[in-house]
Design a protein around this ligand. Structure first.
Ligand SMILES: [Zn+2]
Length: 435
């Protein structure tokens, strides 16, 4: 074969193998080694729009890989909301893990050719942790309902291991996987999130627990942002081919619209979604996306098609509501300013982060927002909030605080139990080291 034809032949071989390895991700279960290899391949192939880092290790020492996707994957940019998906928290609930790898493949391979994907990655930063419990996954048997592999290596249910928002569970040791996620939450101001489970088909929203106070209404534990949560849950269930029909799994009672208040379904202490919402200002749903926890590989393409529109539509909801920067009269960002929406008494108040930024997911309407910060005059404004997801941006509204004349500005109080906005330099450095 002449040298020139040989070169073309080799080039086409390389191109074909590259295409099949990246564009045609097989519908099968990747073990932890294969998954790591895939994530590294994607990162190598799309270095401009991806950033791969580990947020810690499992008990058995497996890395907890997070792939970040976006126009600026390596760092936060003002006004760009941070979104996340977490899969495989229960090691034997494996569909989420598969679908998140498919989602990575879908987003990276369509960037700049698919307008929706392009706008999504240009307007938000998407963090994907395909497996929060890789040890559990490796020990799973391939059973639909059996719980082997649900727990981590220490036999702990990770979705019961977070510090509870309502009751003290401090006697409980925090597992490495949970600790890694808690630290991760302090490195970014995550705005919206979902964690993917299996064994039912329903979108469950906070609260999962209650202290039997005023939040308990009609058997539900209702949060101040109930309207937003119901909208988010319906966004998923109605963009899913089956979920909204409420009868997807024969052995389960149907859920109206395919959604449920977590507590109403069953009370749960130490769950991840309450922790995200209450402690980290990140609205999170628990998405149950398959009747069978570990289905046959032949069912995976159908599960991807059923969930794909819902996964994308849900991500777009990161643009609900209002966002902006709290500044002082010199235009300097103000950290830890409390940004409170009238009528929503959050257990931990939403506040501005280290960049002075705040993000508040709200449905369209007119809201009274009050901003307070020690040493500054309280600022109250009425704001008309449009529907942001269609334009891929929440309403931008900055607040400018006036310093009080006769009171010195001390450091803002930092409520120890509400830590997300109070990102320390140490954690920032830690994240860089892990990158
Ligand atoms: Zn689960």
């Amino acid at each position: 074969m002449p040298a020139q034809r040989m070169f073309v032949f080799q080039l086409s071989l390389f191109f074909c193998s590259w295409l099949s390895s990246i564009h045609g991700l097989d519908f099968r279960y990747y073990n932890s080694v294969e998954m790591e290899q895939y994530l590294k391949d994607v990162n190598r192939t799309y270095p401009e729009i991806t950033h791969l880092h580990s947020i810690g290790q499992s008990v058995e020492g497996r890395e907890l890989w997070v792939l970040i996707l976006g126009q600026h994957p390596r760092e936060h940019r003002t006004g760009i909301p941070e979104f996340k998906y977490v899969g495989n928290m229960h090691g034997n609930e494996v569909v989420g893990r598969v679908l998140l790898l498919q989602l990575i493949n879908y987003l990276t391979s369509r960037y700049l050719s698919d307008p929706l994907v392009t706008r999504m990655l240009n307007s938000s930063r998407v963090h994907i942790l395909p497996s929060m419990n890789p040890d559990g996954f490796e020990s799973s048997d391939r059973d639909c309902i059996n719980s082997v592999g649900r727990y981590n290596k220490n036999g702990v249910d990770l979705n019961r291991n977070f510090p509870d928002a309502f009751e003290s569970n401090t006697e409980q040791e925090i597992e490495k996987e949970v600790s890694a996620v808690m630290d991760w939450l302090k490195t970014e101001t995550f705005v919206l999130s979902a964690n993917l489970h299996g064994g039912a088909v329903v979108a469950s929203y906070p609260y999962d627990n209650s202290n039997r106070g005023s939040e308990l209404q009609g058997g539900q534990s209702i949060s101040p942002d109930d309207d937003v949560f119901i909208h988010l849950a319906k966004t998923y269930s109605y963009n899913h081919t089956e979920m909204h029909n409420a009868n997807s799994c024969s052995d389960f009672i149907g859920f109206d619209h395919g959604i449920t208040n977590g507590y109403y379904w069953y009370p749960l202490k130490g769950g991840m979604q309450d922790y995200n919402y209450v402690k980290a200002q990140c609205l999170e749903l628990t998405l149950e996306i398959s009747c069978c926890k570990f289905p046959l590989e032949s069912q995976l393409p159908g599960l991807w098609e059923a969930n794909r529109p819902a996964l994308l539509a849900y991500m777009q909801q990161v643009h609900l509501g209002v966002k902006g920067v709290v500044m002082d009269s010199d235009g300097k960002p103000v950290q830890n300013a409390v940004v409170e929406v009238s009528g929503r008494r959050n257990l931990c108040p939403f506040s501005s982060d280290r960049n002075g930024e705040y993000f508040r997911l709200l449905l369209p309407g007119t809201y009274t927002i009050t901003v307070t910060h020690p040493g500054h005059e309280t600022l109250t404004q009425r704001i008309k909030v449009p529907y942001g997801p269609d334009s891929f941006s929440a309403l931008t509204h900055n607040f400018i605080l006036r310093q009080k004349d006769n009171i010195s500005t001390g450091a803002a109080p930092s409520p120890q139990s509400c830590t997300n906005a109070i990102t320390t330099l140490t954690l920032f450095i830690l994240q860089r080291l892990l990158s």
